[in-house]
Design a binder for this molecule. Structure first.
Ligand code: CA2
Length: 145
């Protein structure tokens, strides 16, 4: 089973700024955690981060034939990007939306996701653990056939 993890803008700053909000772990540390879990589940993981909307869209468009499922933290684009929504609609790849923070306990503009209704489900507020939960959920859904 192959899973791509896409991380959106500013997540490359994880562990270096705003640790009270996003935690102390760097994105590379979160990736290591998720890679260990993926290996245990027999998942081949492709981990990516981009600050650019178009690069995220290119990565989504390239998924068919390359990945069985997607773990998506589109970061700020979650709340704004019709173009990322359109790409997800076009490829129809099963995906789980993940957020480190509890977006519902934050500003109102973060309560709306332009992609959540297309997702299998959404996990928010559990920090890096949310990526593990999301990976397990995706694995279980993809194994159901
Ligand atoms: O909680 C999440 O995972 C978010 O997707 C993070 C986004 C935010 O816009 C979403 O509403 C919720 C922001 C990512 C910014 O990441 C940073 C990490 C460290 C320091 C500064 C920004």
């Amino acid at each position: 089973m192959r899973v791509t993890v896409l991380n959106g803008p500013n997540l490359n700053l994880l562990g270096t700024r705003e640790p009270e909000r996003y935690g102390k772990a760097t994105l590379a540390e979160v990736e290591s955690l998720v890679q260990v879990e993926a290996a245990q589940l027999g998942i081949e993981l492709d981990w990516r981060q981009s600050n650019h909307e178009g690069a995220l869209i290119d990565a989504i468009q390239a998924l068919p034939g390359r990945a069985d499922g997607l773990l998506l933290n589109a970061a700020g684009y979650t709340h704004t990007s019709v173009a990322i929504r359109d790409a997800l609609l076009a490829v129809r790849i099963p995906f789980v939306e993940v957020h480190l923070s509890n977006v519902y306990a934050r500003e109102e503009f973060r309560h709306r996701s332009l992609m959540a209704d297309l997702a299998i489900g959404v996990i928010a507020g559990f920090g890096p653990q949310g990526y593990l939960l999301g990976l397990r959920a995706l694995h279980s859904r993809l194994s159901d056939g």
